[in-house]
Design a protein around this ligand. Structure first.
Ligand code: PLP
Length: 395
């Protein structure tokens, strides 16, 4: 059996998205900036995609900037607020401790540049408290940036509450919605979102393309200089095929959202129930307020890395922490932020499933993880010490 359970890292391209892309990879290869009709055909495709993308989040077409993906969108959004803030002498930003590195590293760069950033802590359930965000806001705050849903532990954040707080105080609100777009209903107007990042490959679109929503009236910082594309807000010849695929995938995900969420939630809960039977284990992140496809666990006395390798041998693709951090020995900043100690955080497993997962596959995942955890504990000196009472169990 071959099971892909790492949809938070990337997803399989949908057939609809592929078919939407194919003409622009073959016959319709014109440059959207060219004036002859051959180029204009490509331009029409980009503008049609922009309109359809905007509709999916209740925005207007002119508020959508197509980018190379989530990381670029996060960078552009934060630098937009920083630039506007600087002009008004406001150099304070509010964020939190469980953001994606695309946000955290951009903030770190701004800190070196004289900005002050408050990182609001999260509760043990991995949810940020809107009142903590409110309390962190100062007179010189120019931006609140808080993700919509977390990529490691799947927790869904109080976006409408934080949006309302920011609007009332006249502060820009950006949300990294890379894990939410196409999976949770998004309404930028209702939720008072000023800027929102999304990435196509997280909702069954192609890799290397995404978008940034910037509310009208906000002048975006130009991250990529060089041409008048995207109305001067992002230079470079448009990725016509990618943009068409991004819009097609998003529309498909949004139209199937309710039904897919129901199916995925049922399988997620089946896996959570099964894995909870493993002694000295714990679910990471809130039990209810979590993405429908996210299962994240810590198992005491094992190394997540070995767990992944053995699961791979059994045909299961999973993750420990996030793909971006694997390769480093540091445990995930998100698991540390929710209070997992280093040893426990090292024994983490993230399974992110989609609507295609069957009941048989869910059961195979559960039995495989159970088997592998107990096999690894059999070799583990730490586990032996725990059982001998020489160390205390934490979970
Ligand atoms: C994947 C991801 C990103 C980065 O998106 P790319 O398109 O891969 O650059 C940013 N934020 C979150 C929450 C993500 O899950």
């Amino acid at each position: 059996m071959r099971i892909y359970a790492d949809n938070a890292a990337t997803t399989k391209l949908s057939k609809t998205a592929l078919n939407a892309m194919l003409p622009y990879l073959t016959e319709q290869y014109g440059n959207p900036s060219s004036l002859y009709s051959f180029g204009q055909k490509a331009k029409e495709a980009v503008e049609d995609a922009r309109m359809r993308t905007a509709r999916c989040i209740n925005a207007e077409a002119r508020e959508i900037i197509f980018t190379s993906g989530g990381s670029e969108s996060d960078n552009q959004a934060i630098l937009t607020a920083a630039e506007l803030g600087k002009a008004k002498g406001r150099r304070h930003i509010v964020s939190d401790t469980i953001e994606h590195h695309a946000v955290l590293h951009t903030l770190r760069k701004l800190e070196k540049d004289g900005f002050d950033v408050t990182y609001v802590p999260v509760g043990a359930n991995g949810i940020i408290n809107a009142s903590d965000i409110k309390a962190a806001i100062r007179d010189d705050t120019c931006l609140v940036t808080m993700m919509y849903a977390n990529n490691e532990i799947g927790t869904v954040q109080p976006v409408p509450e934080v949006g309302a707080i920011c609007r009332e105080r006249g502060i820009l609100f950006h949300t990294d919605a890379v894990q939410a777009a196409g999976h949770l209903p998004i309404d930028v107007l209702k939720d008072n979102i000023d800027m929102l990042s999304a990435s196509a490959h997280k909702f069954r679109g192609p890799k290397g393309v995404g978008f940034l929503y910037v509310r009208k009236g906000i002048r975006p910082y130009v991250l990529i200089e060089g041409g008048a594309q995207e109305r001067g807000r992002r230079a470079g010849t448009e990725n016509t095929a990618g943009i068409a695929g991004c819009a097609a995938a998003l529309c498909e995900a949004v139209s199937g959202m309710a039904e897919n969420a129901k199916k995925t939630t049922r399988m997620r809960d089946r896996i959570i129930k099964g894995l909870s039977e493993i002694p000295h284990s714990a679910l990471n992140g809130d039990r209810e307020k979590r993405l429908q496809g996210n299962v994240s666990f810590c198992f005491e006395g094992i190394e997540g890395e070995s767990l992944l390798l053995l699961l791979d041998d059994m045909g299961i693709s999973a993750s420990s922490g996030s793909a971006c951090t694997s390769g480093s020995l540091d445990p995930s900043h998100v698991l540390l932020a929710i209070g997992r100690v280093h040893d426990v955080a090292h024994g983490s497993l993230r399974l992110t499933i989609d609507e295609d997962l069957t009941e048989e596959e869910a059961d195979y995942i559960v039995s495989s993880v159970k088997e592998v955890v107990s096999r690894l504990r059999g070799f583990s000196p730490v586990w032996r010490e725990l059982c001998a009472g020489e160390r205390e169990f934490i979970l």
